[in-house]
Write a protein that binds this ligand. Structure first.
Ligand SMILES: Nc1nc2c(ncn2[C@@H]2O[C@H](COP(=O)(O)OP(=O)(O)OP(=O)(O)O)[C@@H](O)[C@H]2O)c(=O)[nH]1
Ligand SMILES: [Mg+2]
Length: 338
């Protein structure tokens, strides 16, 4: 299944029902008092997050969502029925914006969040309500308020805990396929990954966490070079970035320059990404001379928290997993009083 993360749809709330003009009919009284009932409220289009939805896939085939209109008022003070609301389920992490103005209408974070995006029209008042001492027989009633028709854009930001970033070909997809059940395409050429992949890491000792592998970044990505930076939105809400580095460049100093280039692209995109906790992971340590590039990193960072792995052979992976879990657990503690 292709990962669909954006959809534009039309929502339409129901119009309110018309108020009624009616007069009581009684024996021997030609025209009794006004008794026109009010129109019913139109149904609203409501969005609600549920854990049952993980993608915006459903919106690919259906793109008009309409709530019911309100019933018209009737004589004998009968009010029109309210139109039923339409509740549309979406995954948490979805942002809804006005497709025309771009204005964000709501950013859904938690499961169960319920927001009215298009409110139903009010029902019109029946003529009974317009009776005054000066006009005891109003011959008019209010029309119902029209519904709202809105074109909206849905965008899903994946809520992964850890996002893997790095140059193309660094081994990001190899890493996610070695520690999760995800099976993305792996290839010995840049830009193998064209859309983000998600996987769940289940270690024996900690809570599982979600890992996201996104297409590779290169220098100038913020200007559209390579696949650009549009996929970075998928990792904006991750708690940790795993910066993966290919250590097999012939120029042993190139990996460090690539590392700075990627960080520079993050900063150009959004400063909050640039300040997110980052774990530096040097990959392909099974290859000859890879340790030379690794040494350059270790001296640059004084050996701090640099992980040396081989996504292919599994070397160093267990230590990396436990460090990630430790960092995630510590962050939970830090944020527990928020
Ligand atoms: N020797 C060795 N090769 C590896 C290792 N990890 C990945 N590779 C190889 O590096 C190449 C690129 O791997 P991918 O996992 O597709 O790289 P990626 O970072 O996802 O690349 P893009 O999707 O293009 O950004 C493939 O040929 C992998 O087999 C490793 O630890 N050791
Ligand atoms: Mg890839």
């Amino acid at each position: 299944m292709k990962f669909i993360d954006e959809a534009t749809i039309t929502v339409e709330s129901g119009a309110g029902g018309r108020g009624c003009v009616s007069f009581r009919r009684e024996k021997f009284i030609e025209r009794g008092g006004p008794d026109g009932g009010d129109g019913g409220r139109g149904g609203s289009v409501i969005f609600k997050t549920t854990h049952r939805k993980r993608t915006l896939y459903d919106f690919r085939n259906k793109n008009i969502f309409k709530a019911q209109r309100g019933g018209h008022g009737q004589g004998k003070q009968k009010h029109g029925k309210s139109g039923s609301d339409l509740v549309v389920e979406i995954p948490p992490g979805t942002i809804i914006s006005d497709a025309d103005s771009g204005e964000i209408l709501h950013d859904f974070i938690d499961i169960g969040e319920t927001i009215t995006i298009a409110a139903g029209g009010r029902g019109g008042q029946g003529n009974k309500r317009f009776t005054t001492s000066r006009n005891r027989s109003p011959r008019f009633a209010q029309p119902g308020e029209p519904g709202i028709k809105l074109s909206i854009k849905l965008e899903l930001k994946i809520l992964a805990d850890v996002g893997i970033i790095g140059f193309p070909n660094a081994g990001k997809s190899t890493l996610i396929s070695s520690i999760t059940a995800a099976r993305p395409k792996i290839g010995n050429y840049p830009f193998t990954t064209l859309t983000p992949n998600l996987g769940v890491v289940q270690t024996g000792w900690g809570d599982p966490f979600v890992l996201a592998d996104i297409p590779g970044l290169i220098e100038g990505a913020h200007d559209g070079a390579g696949l650009g930076i549009r996929f970075l939105k998928h990792i904006e809400r991750t708690r940790i970035l795993l910066h993966l580095i290919d250590a097999t460049e012939i120029d042993h100093a190139l990996p460090l320059r690539n590392y700075h280039a990627v960080n520079n692209e993050l900063a150009q995109y959004n400063s909050s990404l640039a300040t997110k906790p980052q774990l530096v992971v040097i990959n392909k340590l099974d290859m000859p001379d890879a340790d030379k590039a690794a040494d350059i990193f270790c001296s640059e960072f004084n050996g701090d928290d640099i992980f040396l792995i081989s996504a292919k052979t599994g070397q160093g992976i267990k230590q990396l997993e436990s460090r990630l879990i430790q960092l995630l657990d510590n962050q939970l503690l830090d944020n527990s009083d928020e």
